[in-house]
Design a protein around this ligand. Structure first.
Ligand code: AMP
Ligand code: ZN
Length: 126
């Protein structure tokens, strides 16, 4: 896709942190926290539900590898792993990408509920 930013980035080899058979890894341009990475398939597909089982399986392995890299380089205290699937869920780049977000004790005042914070008023359930 010529008008897709992540299809374009796939060709910018100097920007890729790691490359695998189906996917590459980049640093998020606007990181939520230090070390925030994106895992992206080379082949354009809109989201997790439109991607192949091969891509999904490789993403699982890459998550493990990148966690080790971030553990060693950034020493985070936790992680959020997330995908926005569709504009209603907040997706802004319509090419599958998995966010791997290291979390650090004290990076927000009360992190309880984590990913539930996609709807901020619902983050805490009790
Ligand atoms: P979303 O589609 O909502 O999951 O978010 C897209 C993500 O891509 C955001 O976290 C952006 O900071 C990131 N992003 C957008 N453009 C670039 C780029 N050129 N390089 C790296 N990350 C990007
Ligand atoms: Zn694309």
């Amino acid at each position: 896709m010529t008008d897709c930013i992540f299809c374009q980035m796939a060709k910018e080899k100097n920007l890729l942190l790691a490359e695998f058979k189906h996917c590459f890894v980049i640093k998020d341009q606007y990181p939520v926290s230090p070390g925030h990475l994106l895992i992206i398939p080379y082949q354009h597909t809109e989201n997790w539900f439109t991607s192949s089982s091969e891509v999904k399986a490789e993403i699982n392995l890459i998550l493990e590898k990148m966690k080790k890299l971030l553990d060693d380089g950034y020493h985070p205290d936790g992680y959020n792993i997330g995908m926005n699937c569709g504009p209603a869920a907040g997706q802004t780049v319509m090419h599958l990408h998995v966010h791997l977000i290291p979390r650090y004790r004290g990076d927000m005042s009360d992190p309880r509920g984590g990913i539930r914070g996609v709807i901020p008023t619902k983050q805490k359930y009790e």
